[in-house]
Write a protein that binds this ligand. Structure first.
Ligand SMILES: C[S@@+](CC[C@H](N)C(=O)[O-])C[C@H]1O[C@@H](n2cnc3c(N)ncnc32)[C@H](O)[C@@H]1O
Length: 456
């Protein structure tokens, strides 16, 4: 061993660099160096944060316009760049920001009534910088205990992951969630069928609000996990000891037995006696005690980073506005519940048909939504004033876990109206108290359109 490196190390993964450290003349970046995407026209953070003049006016039902700052519970017709600058100038902080921006699909989206909704095609660098500028502003708006969810497609998820790491810090990355959007289709193309989009979840700091969300366990999971049935219902068996030794009573004798080596009793012997008396301890034939954990009605299984139960609204028999890229209301309720508390402010800077706003309102949060499309604002105003309809493209007949469970056989019915089975009325019809506001710059060019929106 003349080199001081044993043969085993030479053959390990560092073999080449250990033996021939100077062969590559080009050094690698320092470990702390974070990669950024590079392209012409990339502004510095300071440039992005330079205040931009912005003014807003509220629109009353009769179309009257009154200059006003953006206040909570507002739907605002604006490019969010200006809305975000206003929020920064006003010192308004949001606990949760959810955004579902255009995915850069190269498509032009229309509503079900064939109205143009928004264009979704930009060059890659233009898209990245467009999003980066807005995300830098969103970080300023986000409260220190806040979280941000970026919903995005396969087209730009990798680029935005790098941008999010740059702006929010890789340490604040929480999850890359894959969401199943629909059932498999497009088998004819020369690639694997695409069924998912993605959510990048970041917090602003390590101390962020988090209310663990979960779903009711499926029957198969229950049968496997809680595989025993007794007088008190389904249960599973878990050990009565835990790793680590203890000096006190939990490290001593219970029913003449010591805990296994290196372990301690999970409860005081007196508590274990009580559990045994209640029939909550199972004794194996060899005298090994285990605790019975019974299934309770409120048992929830925590969500993972793979979401399969929040498919696109258009693919289920649930109430929707018909806006082309409308997201699933149940998904939004879950996100709002997980990452904010009642009274907190929820911001959706690309609010589309207002799904996030409705979910926030339903759960007692305050909210602000921006969108620059008249079709989107119209859909949001309609949803908040009059509720939404069951009008997806088709229904998933097997689905039963939908709380609104409308049991519509055919969404629109056959053209003659056959097949349509009406059931209970939609649940989210209750009108919401909110303010409709517009960017002042839009008033002169779009006075008539704004007035039409006022009375939507
Ligand atoms: C994918 S959709 C959002 C759908 C929404 N999540 C829903 O449930 O209906 C994206 C929206 O972003 C809007 N948008 C695009 N760029 C914008 C910008 N700079 N400011 C405000 N809205 C913008 C589009 O008009 C579109 O309504």
């Amino acid at each position: 061993m003349a080199t001081g490196i044993n043969r085993q190390e030479q053959l390990g993964e560092d073999a080449l660099t250990a033996v021939l450290p100077h062969r590559d003349p080009y050094p690698l970046p320092e470990a702390a160096c974070e990669p950024v995407l590079s392209y012409p026209g990339r502004l510095t953070t300071d440039e992005i944060l330079q205040p931009l003049a912005s003014g807003f006016a509220t629109v009353s039902a009769d179309g009257a316009l009154t200059p006003s700052p953006i206040i909570p519970n507002s739907v605002v017709l604006t490019d969010n760049l200006f809305g975000l600058h206003q929020m920064i100038a006003n010192g308004t902080k949001a606990t949760l920001i959810y955004l579902d921006p255009p995915y850069n699909t190269g498509l032009d989206f229309q509503s079900r009534q064939l109205e143009h909704s928004y264009k979704d095609s930009q060059g890659v660098a233009a898209y990245v910088e467009y999003m980066r500028r807005r995300l830098v502003l969103m970080r300023e708006v986000l409260a220190d205990d806040g979280s941000i969810y970026v919903h995005i497609g396969h087209q730009m998820v990798s680029h935005l992951r790098v941008v999010m790491d740059e702006i929010f810090g890789a340490a604040n990355f929480r999850n890359l969630i894959s969401r199943r959007t629909c059932s498999s289709k497009n088998y004819t193309r020369n690639r694997y069928s695409n069924m998912n989009d993605y959510v990048l979840f970041y917090s602003k700091t390590a101390n962020f609000k988090w209310n663990q969300p979960g779903e009711k366990p499926p029957e198969e999971w229950i049968a496997k996990e809680y595989n025993k049935i007794g007088p008190k219902g389904r249960y599973k068996l878990v050990p009565v000891h835990a790793p680590g030794t203890r000096n006190g009573a939990t490290g001593g004798l219970w029913k003449g037995m010591m805990p296994p080596p290196g372990k301690h009793w999970q409860y005081l012997p007196s508590k274990l006696d009580e559990m045994d008396a209640n029939g909550d301890i199972h004794w194996s034939k060899t005298g090994n005690p285990r605790r019975k954990v019974h299934l309770t009605d409120d048992k929830l299984v925590p969500y993972t980073d793979s979401w399969t139960n929040f498919r696109d609204a258009h693919h289920q028999s649930i109430e929707i506005t018909g806006y082309p890229t409308e997201k699933n209301l149940h998904m939004m309720r879950m996100i709002v519940g997980a990452s904010s508390d009642p009274g907190d402010l929820v911001l959706d800077p690309f609010c589309g048909s207002g799904t996030t706003l409705r979910a926030a309102e339903d759960q007692g949060r305050r909210w602000i939504g921006f969108d620059q499309s008249f079709a989107a604002i119209k859909a949001t105003l309609k949803r908040l004033r009059h509720g939404s309809e069951k009008m997806g493209d088709y229904v998933d007949r097997g689905r039963t876990d939908d709380e609104d469970d409308p049991k519509v056989v055919d969404l629109f019915g056959a053209p003659d109206g056959k097949n349509k089975v009406e059931t209970k009325p939609p649940s989210n019809r209750a009108a919401v108290n909110f303010t409709f506001a517009v960017d002042e710059e839009l008033i002169d060019p779009f006075r008539n359109e704004i007035s039409a929106l006022a009375s939507t």
